[in-house]
Design a protein around this ligand. Sequence first.
Ligand code: GDP
Length: 298
Amino acid sequence: RRLVSGLTKTRKNIVSGLDSLFGGFSRIDEEFYEELEEILIMGDLGVKATYSILDDLRQKVKENHIKEPMDCKQLLIDSIKEQMQIGETAYEFENRTSVVLVIGVNGVGKTTTIGKLAGKLRSEGKKVVIAAADTFRAAAGEQLKEWADRANAEFIGGQEGSDPAAVVYDAVAAAKARKADVMLCDTAGRLHNKKNLMEELKKINRVIEREYPDAYRETLVVLDGTTGQNALAQAKQFMEAAQITGIVLTKMDGTAKGGIAVAIQAELGIPVKYIGVGESIEDLQKFNSDDFVNALFT
Ligand code: GDP
């Protein structure tokens, strides 16, 4: 399956660790737990999630009177899935008239993600408008336009340095005129200037609320999965600046530390909605915690 192959690097990292763990220990003792802790930390599941998983596993091992390491593998997988439980992940914007703001710092794969998402929605027959409201970077707008053309989505851009809220205003007008299903809005991700970012998002939100009061709203943060714990830190910073409804983790094909998805959901309680596992349109996949854990640990 595409998910499994897209996560090959992380799988190798974790599965080979687990194989030597389960093969190398004849009983479940402190050393066993220490090595397991190391594997989870190395896979970038994060300290907090790792400790919760280990605490929970110890409990389960005790309750079930497990002695053989191999017999606790399924319990481990269950523990990880439980850590990631944050209720059903909704993709409502796919089914309703929606406005999706996309935030992320340069280079994380924001443009590519919007392009892939547009392509995905188009293939489902949706009318899509893309608003290039990251007017800070002219090159980003051009690249985004290429993706929009490829996906056959309407593209609304503005001059470099122009008011992002004005671009959004134009895009909303276009979306209304064409009875678009989804408006994808590229916004700046200037984390070093959080106050400006907040102001900018507020202004954009005001335009959308005024012009599109009934639209389903979503604010996605795009994070580079290869940056591991830095991605987690970035997510926290964005959470201070905006009401984040979901996360997209990109470049998961390029990292052995894909466990970051576990850390994000377990620690932040924000759903990972999509993961990028390559550069083509099909390589943006809906995220499902159970499938993800199964792909990594079995
Ligand atoms: P932006 O600056 O955030 O808009 O980033 P871009 O969308 O331009 O992406 C930066 C680079 O990452 C490009 O070379 C993309 O092809 C690449 N990229 C984005 N998503 C993925 C992914 O899921 N997997 C891989 N392998 N590369 C990706």
